[in-house]
Design a protein around this ligand. Structure first.
Ligand code: HEM
Length: 250
């Protein structure tokens, strides 16, 4: 880099503390959920006893609660965070979005990437897809936690429907068919199967979109600079020209 380049570099505040905290907590939770999820997926070939399966699923659910809480806070932060954190800067849509996308892709092809403080128009599509998949995973996960393990928030309600007559629903434990009403339990297993399928398909979808997201960040870093990875730690982006979506501040 020449001295002239150095002179033109300017640092801009981009990601606020809420977005950065969400990003890294989410990454840790998703990595842990994927690791334990893959073990659950292979529980048959691992030859696990019922106690080990319950332990694995309970661990997955406890990490899942942290993941859901963090995700819920991020969804709310879209109404309260700085301009780059807000839904308006995040969702692909709104006035002029398609024109902006066309310009962005055209300039990218011409080797003149436009610098953005928040997400560029392509990044907005990737982030929205990621958030949607995470929300589906959160909802299906919370439902599943209630079905086998009778854990909150739906476990109490499901237990009250599948408990055999004379059995206190509050005492139901996993893998104890003698405590369940066979017909009600079979009916629950039928819809549970669909939810497991969705949870599993979304897991594969997440692997694809997360890989695209990381590839996009690496590519943008090489072509545009801006320190995208360190920006998610320090909150500041370093750009050669003023961002098209914000004003320089400090
Ligand atoms: C990014 C987030 C998540 C990922 C990548 C993920 C991944 C997975 C995977 C791969 C499985 C194995 C699927 C199968 O058995 O066919 C699984 C199962 C499960 N997940 Fe998740 N999960 C996530 C979030 C959650 C959350 C938030 C909860 C609940 C709080 C949850 C609860 C469960 C439960 C209870 C099972 C066991 C399902 C069964 O009995 O077969 N998951 N998850």
């Amino acid at each position: 880099m020449t001295d002239a380049d150095d002179e033109r570099l300017m640092s801009y505040p981009a990601w606020d503390a809420g977005v950065r905290a969400f990003h890294w907590i989410n990454l840790l939770c998703v990595l842990a959920l994927v690791a334990v999820g893959v073990a659950i997926l292979n529980e048959k070939s691992l030859g696990l006893a019922n106690e080990a399966k319950v332990l694995l699923k309970s661990l997955h659910v406890w990490i899942g609660y942290a993941f859901v809480l963090n995700l819920a806070m991020r969804l709310l932060w879209g109404f309260a965070g700085n301009p780059q954190a807000r839904w308006r800067a995040l969702l692909p849509g709104g006035r002029g979005y398609l024109r902006e996308l066309r310009h962005f892709v055209g300039d990218l092809r011409a080797g003149r990437p436009r610098p953005y403080l928040g997400h560029n128009p392509l990044g907005r599509i990737a982030i929205t897809a990621l958030l949607l998949l995470l929300v589906v995973q959160a909802i299906t996960g919370l439902l599943l936690a209630g079905t086998d393990l009778f854990m909150p928030p739906f476990g109490g309600w499901i237990a009250s429907r599948v408990a055999a007559s004379g059995v206190d629903p509050g005492t139901l434990v996993p893998y104890a068919p003698q405590m369940y009403d066979a017909t009600a339990y079979a009916a629950m297993r039928a819809w549970r199967g669909v939810v497991v399928e969705i949870h599993e398909a979304t897991f594969y979808g997440l692997l694809v979109v997360a890989t695209l997201h990381i590839a996009g960040v690496v590519l943008a870093e090489f072509r545009e600079g801006g320190g995208l990875v360190s920006a998610m730690i320090t909150g500041r982006k370093t750009l050669r020209s003023p961002p098209v979506d914000g004003k320089p501040r400090g």
